[in-house]
Design a protein around this ligand. Structure first.
Ligand SMILES: CC(=O)CC(=O)SCCNC(=O)CCNC(=O)[C@H](O)C(C)(C)COP(=O)(O)OP(=O)(O)OC[C@H]1O[C@@H](n2cnc3c(N)ncnc32)[C@H](O)[C@@H]1OP(=O)(O)O
Ligand SMILES: NC(=O)C1=CN([C@@H]2O[C@H](COP(=O)(O)OP(=O)(O)OC[C@H]3O[C@@H](n4cnc5c(N)ncnc54)[C@H](O)[C@@H]3O)[C@@H](O)[C@H]2O)C=CC1
Length: 279
């Protein structure tokens, strides 16, 4: 199965058998994606532990989850706002945080990894977790571009290892791709990089290119807005990885402007500046 819709996942997770099997979920990485995945897993009644490398990062993740839930509740309980707070608290109660992945996975049914898009770092993490997690635990990676088999090779549970590729922002996007899909990024990432190249060649300002794609193609965000939303570091990791594997493919050619912004620490919305400045 190349991809599944979130509705399908929801119907799966509400089926009695699967719910019985997967009760406790560990999400590793509390950034843009991990926080969103923790939120949807907690919203479907799972007991969730969100893991990252520091308490400060986890505090930021928790704040992000709460503000996203407020947006969901505002819509869901427009007629009865007093029920919205109870809804938020009920979901938040399903989430705890930790900086100790190895001890958390000792009691978990599913691990979803959403850390940096780097094969070696992901392999090291899963190699360590493989030793700590019980035999029945299923491992999944939210990788944007790396082959699942390469990540899984650091473990001895190849039959319980999969790709679970969510989209940003997780609470709103209804698709989850399964290995060996990666349809969306194979089209979307070269498109975004092509927009940067168009701008690098002086054929349009980033503002004009964004407006053109929003008004002319009906996209909710222009390519530069979307690059900032995804994260310039993550976008660079994806394109660099593909370029290394297929250096002659012009679609995967690195972009000097993207590289410059990443080197300057301008990673997009998450750092307050990327192609644009963000509040
Ligand atoms: C790199 C990879 O591996 C793969 C990827 O993920 S690539 C990235 C894929 N994602 C995209 O392409 C996103 C494109 N952008 C969009 O779809 C939209 O701009 C968006 C859904 C993010 C925001 O929508 P918008 O209309 O532009 O802005 P906004 O009015 O703020 O939001 C629309 C609704 O979504 C809600 N919303 C947006 N983000 C939310 C979040 N994180 N949590 C909860 N609700 C959210 C808002 O509350 C708002 O609700 P109402 O309709 O009730 O007002
Ligand atoms: N940003 C996006 O739009 C999307 C990203 N992805 C993928 O999801 C993964 C995460 O991406 P983002 O959430 O955007 O990145 P991010 O940079 O927002 O968050 C990554 C988090 O992982 C933490 N981390 C790094 N190494 C860790 C470790 N060893 N143990 C625990 N935590 C660790 C970092 O501290 C950080 O908080 C990447 O593989 C990315 O390719 C997938 C879909 C969309």
């Amino acid at each position: 199965m190349a991809f599944v819709t979130r509705q399908f996942i929801r119907s799966l997770s509400s089926s009695a058998a699967l719910h019985a099997a997967i009760k406790h979920v560990t999400i590793i990485g509390g950034g843009l994606m991990g926080a969103g995945i923790a939120q949807v897993a907690a919203s479907t009644g799972h007991s969730v532990v969100l893991v990252d490398t520091s308490e400060d990062i986890l505090k930021k993740s928790a704040k992000g989850i709460e503000s996203s839930l407020k947006r969901v509740a505002k819509k869901k309980f427009a007629e009865k706002p007093e029920d919205g707070e109870a809804f938020i608290q009920k979901i938040l109660k399903n989430i705890s945080t930790s900086t100790d992945a190895a001890s958390v996975v000792q009691g978990t049914d599913l691990v979803v990894e959403a850390i940096v898009e780097n094969l070696k770092v992901k392999q090291d993490l899963f190699g360590a977790l493989d030793k700590a997690a019980p035999e029945h635990t299923i491992f999944a990676s939210n990788t944007s571009s790396l082959p699942i088999a390469d990540i899984a090779s650091s473990t001895a549970r190849l039959d319980r290892f999969g790709g679970l590729h969510f989209f940003n922002p997780v609470p709103m996007m209804k698709l989850v791709e399964d290995t060996p899909g990666f349809i969306v990024n194979r089209l979307l990432v070269p498109y975004m990089l092509e927009a940067v190249r168009l701008h690098e060649r002086g054929h349009g300002s980033k503002e004009d290119i964004d407006v053109a794609m929003k008004l002319g193609a009906g996209y909710p965000m222009g390519p530069f807005e979307l690059l900032d939303y995804v994260g310039l570091d993550t976008s660079k990791f994806i394109i660099d990885g593909w370029h290394e594997k297929d250096p002659d493919n012009p679609l995967f050619a690195p972009s000097p402007l993207l590289n410059k912004l990443v080197a300057e620490g301008k990673l997009g919305k998450k750092t307050g500046e990327g192609f644009y400045k963000h509040k």
